[in-house]
Design a protein around this ligand. Structure first.
Ligand code: ADP
Ligand code: MG
Length: 732
């Protein structure tokens, strides 16, 4: 079987005859298509809805639906679906056909504005954390016109939010849209200090998706991969990533064919894929698009993940999106490159030519840090999951402490503002002059990087690196954009108070209000630079010293996944989310119930699979091999004198004993695991049960695995029931 995997040939992928720019977005109802398929007045209304957040009235919706249907039918669509992102990490869809009775005994194809705008899927089996009990199953999905509809196969997909009948969000998109709105409002206000013309601020996201590919035949022979997404056992391959020869190496042919296919399909769906390369671990790869507006980027990432799973199957692979499918080699993350931009340009861009631009840059960097500092525990909660827990703090990916790396120049800039008051000269009408020679270099120097930092500034954006490969980016983006929105709002309030105060003073007399404003901004900025200093860390995030230091600095150093989720219910978090209108207390509580329940289920499934494999696969095979050895020892005794026979059988006798000890140890440990599960399962409360699973069950896996991995090295290779690491990890 392993040999077969190596013999497979790449699947032919025929690229469309046109160039990528011609087929880009072919399956998306873009503005261009709206213009073509909608009456002019309807098209203009749609633009008001998309760009200006205007409401859509019903008759316009009917006209939009008609145009959409016509376009989708031309692509072969016969069905439509409201496509949404429930709290299960994946996406959900229920397909309905366009056909309706025509009232004369026949059928017509129909798609009304009503069906486009709102639906009531039977939502009883999506996690809701108790907001909606099963018998009161009404939740509805509502169209998000800011993310364009698209066609997959024969189905028109309509991005929607998913909301309970009583108005609480049951998905990721609804709170994300609210957080994006909040950061827009807060950031636009602050921008007005520098440029009154700014109309809106947009949050951007460029994700980098890491994943593993393995041959589907080998995958099918690993029940642990199949059921949990990761290998629960498996001895290290003698060679893995120590040679660093996979990173940026040549892409194997079969994989290259898969990537081409994936990219073509992604581009057709309007996902602007740009980069592909090998990652650090064997069989690990990355795909990254050009960054986009955050809501759209999140949808595109969800689309790409499901597309990737499909295309992989077509090529005889399985795509593994789990954060840690294999022990001992790197896991997979999803860097979230985040920035803010105005309708006039990127906000976090390295300083520009004027003092205003430089000061604005410093303000946005500092207030981002303020948000991240104040809510560092919450941000960690936003990226934490049972699966990402394997990555964080495991000496490879970001540590389980959120900190920010700024690089030399930006650090120098903030230090300068903090300490050297004289660096700023208040210079009449010209406003402020900043005497910081290092700043222009920032544009050039991109090598100043720290790979261990979970939240690093990289030139014109922050890179939130702790996000898990399998996660919905929305979770991190909700927390981050909210935290920054809160910090900016707070900043604005304090600056305004200060301006009012300064305006009364003689040195800021009438006519120099401008100067009072700059003075106020710098004063508040200086305070904030001091306050958020603990979040700045440029050293080695993996070291033990950092852990101790972070504790001294008051940063969150908790590592237990279910306890980290508690941060969502901290006073500061609840206050922030409710004040900004992102999530209510009820929603936050319900979501945490879902998080704890999901955590418990994941560990529970792993525990069961591990126990089953140990008892049904490993012990029988090891015992069988042991019997072979015993027969050999007996035969030796039949041929040789007892003493001589035992000398010759010394190794086998040792192995026989070792197998006996190891299988016995596995058995006792599996019994302990079952017993611990029984205890935990009796706990009613989700929070306490998750903690029990974390504290009492998950830690038992390692001991069982260790014994199994040792047996893997002893037992005859031909009879070992599971594909080994060295077989799974080296695609050719
Ligand atoms: P890395 O060196 O981190 O691997 P990549 O080039 O692979 O960098 O990915 C960088 C990602 O950051 C891309 O998705 C890119 O579009 C995105 N990006 C670049 N500039 C910005 C920005 N201003 N805001 C958000 N994302 C950005
Ligand atoms: Mg990156």
């Amino acid at each position: 079987m392993v040999g077969e995997a190596f013999k497979k040939k790449p699947i032919e992928v025929t690229a469309p005859a046109e160039r990528p720019c011609d087929y880009f977005g072919r399956k998306v109802f873009t503005r261009e298509k709206m213009y073509k398929y909608l009456p002019k007045d309807v098209y203009e209304k749609m633009l008001e809805v998309i760009d200006g957040g205007a409401r859509l009235d019903r008759n316009v919706a009917d006209a939009v639906a008609a145009g959409m249907k016509q376009w989708a039918s031309e692509l072969g669509a016969t069905h439509y679906t409201h496509w949404f992102q429930p709290l299960t990490e994946g996406t959900a869809e229920k397909h309905d056909s366009f056909i309706e009775h025509d009232g004369k005994g026949g059928m017509v194809e129909e798609f009304s504005g009503k069906l486009l705008v709102q639906q009531e899927p039977d939502a009883s089996s999506f996690p809701s954390g108790g907001i909606r009990s099963t018998f009161e199953a009404r939740g509805y999905s509502a169209w998000d016109p800011t993310s364009p509809v698209f066609v997959i196969d024969d189905t028109l997909c309509i991005p929607t939010v998913f909301i309970s009948y009583s108005g609480e969000s049951l998905d990721y998109k609804a709170p994300l849209l609210r957080a994006l709105h909040a950061v827009n409002v807060a950031a636009t206000d602050v921008c007005h200090y520098f440029d009154p013309e700014v109309k809106k601020v947009q949050s951007n996201l460029g994700w980098e998706q890491e994943y593993f590919l393995i041959d589907e035949g080998l995958y099918a022979a690993r029940p642990d991969l199949l059921l949990t997404g990761r290998t629960l056992m498996g001895h290290d391959s003698a060679k893995n990533q120590q040679m660093d020869d996979h990173y940026f190496g040549a892409i194997p042919e079969r994989v290259a064919a898969f990537m081409r296919d994936l990219e073509i399909q992604a581009l057709e769906l309007g996902i602007p894929c740009k980069t592909r390369h090998n990652e650090v671990a064997p069989n690990q790869f990355e795909v990254a698009p050009i960054f986009e507006e955050t809501n759209l980027a999140v949808d595109h990432n969800m689309m790409l993940m499901s597309l990737m799973r499909r295309v992989a199957r077509k090529h005889g692979f399985r795509a593994l999106l789990h954060e840690k499918p294999f022990a001992g080699i790197n896991g997979s993350g999803k860097h979230n490159n985040w920035s803010l931009s105005t309708d006039t340009g990127v906000l976090l861009h390295a300083p520009g030519k004027t003092a205003e631009q430089n000061l604005r840059f410093a303000v946005f960097i500092t207030e981002t840090l303020m948000g991240v500092w104040k809510h560092n525990g919450l941000l960690k909660a936003s990226i934490m999951s049972a699966t990402n827990a394997h990555r964080l703090g495991a000496n490879e990916a970001p540590p389980a402490i959120i900190s920010s790396f700024l690089g030399k120049q930006v650090s120098a800039l903030l230090d300068h503002i903090e300490t050297e008051g004289s660096g700023f000269s208040l210079d009449g009408k010209q406003g402020l002059k900043m005497d910081i020679p290092e700043i222009p270099e920032l544009l050039i120097d991109n090598t100043d990087r720290n790979r261990t930092s979970p939240f690093a500034f990289t030139g014109n954006r922050f890179e939130f690196r702790a996000v898990g490969s399998e996660a919905n980016c929305a979770s991190a983006m909700i927390a981050l954009n909210s935290a920054v929105a809160e910090a900016l709002t707070d900043f604005k309030r304090r600056v305004d108070e200060r301006i009012a105060e300064y305006a009364k003073r003689a040195e800021f007399a009438e006519g120099t209000g401008h100067t009072a404003q700059y003075h106020a901004i710098i004063e508040v900025l200086r305070e904030d630079i001091k306050v958020c200093k603990p979040i700045r860390f440029d050293g080695n995030g993996y070291s033990d010293e950092w852990k101790a230091e972070a504790e001294r600095r008051g940063l969150d150093t908790e590592t237990s996944c279910p306890r980290i989720f508690e941060r969502y219910l901290d006073k500061e978090s609840v206050e922030m989310f409710t004040k900004l209108g992102v999530m209510s207390l009820k929603e936050l509580e319900a979501r945490n119930e879902v998080k704890w329940e999901t955590y418990t289920k994941k560990i529970q499934i792993e525990a069961r699979v591990l126990g089953d494999l140990a008892m049904n696969h490993i012990i029988p095979v090891a015992t069988h091999y042991q019997s072979q050895l015993l027969r050999n020892v007996e035969s030796m005794r039949a041929v040789f004198a007892a003493d001589r026979a035992d000398t010759l059988s010394a190794r086998n006798l040792k192995l026989i004993e070792e197998i006996a000890q190891r299988t016995a140890s596995i058995e006792t440990q599996v019994e302990a695991l079952v017993a611990a599960r029984k205890v935990a399962n009796k706990i009613e409360e989700e929070h306490a049960r998750a903690i029990s699973y974390h504290d009492n069950i998950a830690p038992l896996f390692e001991g069982i695995r260790r014994q199994i991995d040792k047996l893997e090295m002893i037992v005859d290779d031909a009879s070992w029931p599971l594909p080994k690491y060295r077989e799974m990890l080296f695609l050719r």
